[in-house]
Design a protein around this ligand. Sequence first.
Ligand code: FMN
Length: 274
Amino acid sequence: MGLINVDQEKCKRDGICVAECPARIIEIPSKEDCPSPAPDFSDFCLKCGHCVAVCPVGALSLDWLSPEDCRPVKPDLAVTPDQAEQFLCGRRSIRAFREKTVPRNILEKLLEIACAAPSAKNQQPWHWIVVQEPEEVRRMAAMVIDWMRKVIQSNPEAAESMGFTRVVAGWDKGNERICRGAPHVIIAHCEKDYGFGAEDCALAISLIDLYSTSIGLGACWGGYFFKAVNAYPPLAEALGLPADHLAFGAVMVGYPKYKYQAIPVRNPPRVTWK
Ligand SMILES: Cc1cc2nc3c(=O)[nH]c(=O)nc-3n(C[C@H](O)[C@H](O)[C@H](O)COP(=O)(O)O)c2cc1C
């Protein structure tokens, strides 16, 4: 099998695969020719699968991906602009959860969706840690508070500016502002030296946040939580974070207690048109 396999009968020589290839490593030497790999194909292929998925007639296969491997885009499932607007603007950060755990297969689905996020050069650098047990979430939230107490002692100014004093005071009165009583926390992490870890992990977590809304779950970014993972070794150890990795985001997930009736107002775009 070659790097690119083209069904000569099906191929329309329309050049769509050439135009859509992000690395520009597919060539059609002349009008009569079928697409073929450029000499540096193997060096630069991102393995994004676009060439296979964009071909209108399913003529192109890669040695690792055929049209049959790719799920079809179903026109009847397309969302209308109004649906998309309500879905995107109606997503909320959820901070009150029911005492009900999310089944494992649904957590797996969230991760599957997260992995469909865009990533720089299609590197998909994310790894995941799922804290499944609500008691473990509680224990780890307490560790975040331990970390905050240490920061309050060692650097009161920084602690104050990050709101730690209030959060810890609230915790001491039974107000859990770290994981918000969610039954699960999902942490995205990747190699600490990778240049696009923050962007790629944030995008993947965003998809968890959005998809959660669509299946009746609620989610909320755990900003305090993931900062503590990187700053407080006992928490990183409790999670089993690899030594050469950093957490780039955490999201609490569970069944929301309340339903939002309206969409709150956000600032208009601050934009410079050039
Ligand atoms: C990077 C990041 C960190 C956040 N950290 C927390 C957090 O630690 N606790 C929390 O309750 N909400 C957290 N949030 C949620 C924001 O407070 C929330 O997105 C914002 O108030 C807007 O509300 P909305 O998401 O419902 O539109 C975080 C959001 C982001 C993007």
